[in-house]
Design a protein around this ligand. Sequence first.
Ligand code: 5GP
Length: 190
Amino acid sequence: MSSNNGSANGKLVIISGPSGSGKTTICKELTKDPKVRASISVTTRPPRSQEVDGKDYYFVSEREFERKIKKGFFIEHARYSGTLYGTPRKPLENALEEGLIYLLEIDVQGALQIMGKYPDAISVFILPPGKDVLKKRLAGRNTDKEHDINNRLNIAENELQSSSHYKYRVTNDNLEEAVNEIRNILGFKK
Ligand code: 5GP
């Protein structure tokens, strides 16, 4: 039989959390393990200054994104804060066949779509220590405009309410502890 978590071998892991919860940093730490591979999403958002096309995201136009939707390129996609984001289907299926741990760092809308398709996916919601810390982190990032920061804070409040859909909730007070907690969830040896 296929799929308890999508394939006979691999593990599908969904990581979500509000913007500024530190989930990108957590995912970077987790991918240091050779068993772990991270999905690279496609987005219509413009790149931030440090971001590299094909590494952090594939940056495309709305038109190109719509074309990919029609071709069935995505396993899920969603609009978040005005821009489109989607997870390419093929690399996910290949990674699961290869027996890898495949990380999807996606928003709640996308996560719910994946949970529907892969009910045994391991889902982890990263909680920020508090709203003040979240606001500081977003402002400190210095890349998002004021109205975008407020928008992301509003989305964060809604997203926090959705955290009950996830199998695990991890508070990111301390990066190392949060990463270790997730490693334990994934069954890594100490
Ligand atoms: P950011 O613009 O800060 O990189 O990402 C904004 C939100 O979009 C985050 O919650 C991030 O996890 C989510 N996101 C990134 N890639 C995808 C994707 O492929 N699908 C979905 N549904 N959300 C994504």
